[in-house]
Design a protein around this ligand. Sequence first.
Ligand SMILES: [Zn+2]
Length: 79
Amino acid sequence: MIKHLKGKYLTQGFLIVASVFLFSFGSSETKVYICKGPSSKKYHLTPKCRGLSNCSTKVYETTLKEARELKRTLCGWED
Ligand SMILES: [Zn+2]
C-alpha cells in the first residue's frame, strides 16, 4: 500500500517535471506570425488573426523567442 502510494507520487513528480520542461521548450519554439509593416509591433498566434488582415507585407512565420527578441508583444485580438 505504502509502496504503491510512493510510486504514484513519483509518477506525478515526473509528470510535473516533464510538463515544465515541455512548456519551457515549447514556448521558445512556438510558431508565431508577424507582419513586417512599419507599424507592426505585435506577434500573432495564428496567420488568420484579425490583426493580420490589414498587414501591408507578407505574413512571416517565426518563433515566439524570435518575436520577443524583436520586442513584439502579443496581439490584442488573441485570446
Ligand atoms: Zn493577432
